[in-house]
Design a protein around this ligand. Structure first.
Ligand code: ZN
Length: 268
């Protein structure tokens, strides 16, 4: 019997004016004492050594803001979960703002598509190798063994008895996937960076599309993935959420101005 509980959380902030602040919307899937995370936001090691972990150029380009109380480790501790409760982490992709918390949970199994891992191992400069030096316990997925509303999907094997799928939404990166989690008769579908703002689903000419295009490893694939999401968004029992759109976070999640103190380094 499934008894999972899915929570929407924010594990980091990015702000690159004139764009509005962007969150790092992650999922906490709790089953008993075990926790599965979808993406990990900005981690404590990023905060301790930002230049070494991410690099000054990438920090300035994306507008990273480093706030201790917003990390996955800190938020889970506040909810009563120690580091060892996190048994599994499912990644949409390996960009620096999604993997910073990996090293805070070094014993967790890290699930990722084999295409994304290959992209990480290539010399693609979008990734920050210093965020992986702790040696994650990778588990790779390459076989489309199941279907998800007409899309191919891959069953993710975690420590909890919950139906979790990777759904290839390639383009933003070469191995970028959405992550779908079934709870009772509904699916929560985290689309990662397949859109930056939900408005892209309805507005073909949204100004943010320019940034999405620039950041895509393969823009043709990215646009195909976005079209898949437009179809999927019409499914009545699928709830989509993306990583960076603050309007998709629950209202109770603190806003940037609530957590950023005057001492918090701000982007220049
Ligand atoms: Zn991102």
């Amino acid at each position: 019997m499934n008894s999972e509980y899915i929570r929407h959380a924010n594990f980091g902030w990015l702000h690159k004016p004139p764009l509005p602040p962007a969150c790092c919307h992650c999922l906490i899937v709790q089953a008993g004492h075990r926790v599965v995370l979808v993406d990990t936001g900005i981690g404590t090691h990023d905060i301790a050594q930002p230049d070494r972990r991410i690099g000054r150029e990438a920090i300035a380009a994306a507008g990273f803001i480093f706030i201790d109380s917003v990390t996955a480790k800190s938020c889970l501790e506040q909810a009563g979960f120690g580091v060892s409760a996190v048994t599994d982490i499912v990644l949409t992709h390996c960009d620096p703002d999604h993997v910073g918390g990996l090293s805070d949970f070094p014993e967790a199994t890290v699930h990722v598509s084999s295409e994304e891992r290959a992209n990480l191992d290539s010399d693609n400069s979008r990734y920050s190798p210093a965020q992986f030096t702790h040696g994650p316990h990778w588990r790779l997925y390459e076989t489309d063994d199941s279907e998800f509303f007409g899309l191919r999907s891959r069953r993710v094997k975690t420590s909890i008895d919950t139906d979790i799928r990777m759904v290839p939404l390639f383009g933003h990166t070469l191995g970028h996937c959405g992550v779908a989690i079934k709870s009772q008769d509904r699916w929560t579908f985290h689309v990662g960076d397949a859109y930056y703002l939900r408005a892209e689903l309805t507005d073909d000419k949204h100004p943010i599309a320019q940034l999405a295009m620039m950041r895509a490893d393969d823009d043709r694939l990215r646009r195909e993935s976005l079209d898949s999401l437009r179809r999927l968004s019409k499914q009545p029992n699928v709830d989509l959420c993306g990583y960076h759109d603050t309007s998709e976070l629950p209202a109770m999640v603190p806003k940037l101005e609530d957590v950023a103190s005057p001492n918090t380094p701000q982007p220049s």
